[in-house]
Design a protein around this ligand. Structure first.
Ligand code: GTP
Ligand code: MG
Length: 425
């Protein structure tokens, strides 16, 4: 029934690259063919694609694990392996991608641009690529690189210009219905609205804005009471809030107004700073302007930064047009919708950097560890003289020996690389 689904934790893994091939050209009557092992194909990446036709993350409700295919291995006759196909996941525009462990923002997809969430591994090079003047028949190739893996939270933050906030029964959905073509459920019991509704308010030719009606907030909503704070995230992007308060005894109106303001501030102080219009609703139930005047007086002295207070009736339409015009005028002064800047860069355990190796040991025995080394060891064949020479040259090139010499490494000392021990000469 309720398929508004706005948050999901998923794990995505890009495909590994295909391995490079070790192969030698063989032809009848040609005595020594050269190396002809082809490269592996790249692994498929996992791509998030913001789709304007989607409005919920319901596709991610049950399926939580996504893997892109690996690249094909290279083969003889210089044949390159086929690349793994990219896996594209469609999400609503406005989805924010966060790191599951830290909650850091990886990417806000409200700009509508696709985003590579996990990059496929590179294809390993075949032995053909390792042939040099002095090493004409390399008997090794590289395995493909690992595809990246990410555990992320997808969070939908609706793209609305104006958010309607207020207690249950204040008349938010009625106001949405009176202002737009949206057809939200309306009833005289609290929590009628179970999920956010969007509508477009058309003010004049070419002037329109999107209104979001969210479920009613109650005291401690920011801590999860009532329908909870889950829906508050949908007004994080709003540029303007319309605070709907139902007409009642003055003290009740004031108390209700304050309750909502403190819930907004408790959830996120930024929300409380948003420009706010106050709509005192259900004017049709009032006799005269006494309540409106007294409440306006209170609001002005309360210290809450409210730009306008208006008396409306969602039921009869009284004051609704003026409210929408005021909102449109206000919006023209606050052009940009909040964009959640990335503040988290996922660590790539498989990045090709040798800078993060750990060196330990002293007095004749030294140990080197690190993801880069682990990966290098995976792809060289140390049983083979050429493989060992390649390993040695690589370590020298990235400065591993220099680092060890700084630590006191002398010829004749032992160096331990995981399962391998070498005597340094
Ligand atoms: N007399 C009168 N009744 C109104 C007015 N606006 C809304 N109502 C009534 O108040 C009740 C609640 O209205 P809703 O629009 O569903 O209120 P809501 O704020 O969306 O409530 P939740 O979805 O529970 O948060 C309904 O019975 C409406 O008909 C109004 O301007 N005048
Ligand atoms: Mg409602």
């Amino acid at each position: 029934m309720n398929n508004f689904y706005d948050r999901s934790t998923i794990t995505v893994t890009a495909g590994n690259g295909g391995d490079g091939a070790v192969s030698f050209h063989r032809e009848k009557y040609v005595p020594a063919g050269g190396p002809d092992g082809g490269d592996g194909g790249a692994g498929g990446s996992v791509i998030l694609f913001p789709d304007t036709n989607l409005s919920t993350l319901v596709d991610f409700r049950y399926k939580r694990v996504y893997n892109a295919p690996k690249g094909e291995n290279g083969s003889g006759r210089q044949k390159t392996g086929r690349d793994g196909a990219d896996l594209t996941l469609r999400v609503p525009v406005g989805t924010v991608v966060k790191d599951r462990a830290t909650g850091g923002v990886i990417r806000d997809l409200s700009d509508g641009l696709p985003f590579v969430l996990a990059r496929g591994g590179r294809g390993g090079r075949g032995n053909k690529k390792f042939a040099t003047a002095t090493r004409q028949a390399p008997r090794f190739a590289k395995p493909g690189g690992f595809g990246q893996s990410r555990e992320v939270v997808l969070e939908l933050k609706l793209l609305a210009d104006v958010g309607l906030v207020g207690l249950p029964n204040a008349g938010k959905s009625t106001l949405l219905a009176a202002s737009t073509r949206a057809n939200p459920k309306i009833a005289d019991y609290p929590f009628t609205t179970l999920h956010p509704n969007l509508g477009v308010a058309n003010i004049a030719d070419g002037v329109s804005f999107v209104l979001a009606d969210i479920p009613g907030l109650i005291e401690k909503a920011s801590e999860g009471a009532g329908l909870g704070h889950g829906f508050l995230r949908h007004i994080e992007r709003c540029r303007l809030l319309i605070h709907v308060v139902a007409a009642d005894e003055l003290e009740t109106v004031i108390a209700n107004f304050n309750t909502i303001n403190s819930e907004l501030a408790n959830y996120d102080p930024e929300l409380a700073k948003k420009p706010m219009l106050v709509a005192l609703n259900k004017a049709d139930l009032l006799d005269g302007n006494d309540l409106f005047d007294a409440f306006s007086e209170y609001v002005k002295t309360s210290g809450v930064a409210v730009t306008n207070i208006m008396l409306i009736s969602g039921a009869t339409g009284q004051g609704v047009r003026e409210l929408l015009l005021t909102a449109a005028a206000k919006l023209a002064e606050i052009p940009s919708a909040p964009y959640f800047e990335a503040d988290f860069v996922p660590e790539d355990a498989f990045s090709e950097t040798a800078d993060e190796l750990t060196y330990s040991g002293a007095d004749g025995e030294y140990t080197v560890t690190g993801a880069w080394l682990d990966r290098l060891l995976d792809r060289v064949n140390l049983d083979d003289t050429e493989g060992r020479a390649y390993f040695d040259a690589t370590l020298r090139r990235v400065g591993v020996y220099d680092k060890l010499i700084e630590k006191g490494l002398q010829p004749g000392d032992t160096i331990v690389f995981y399962n391998w021990q070498f005597i340094y000469r």
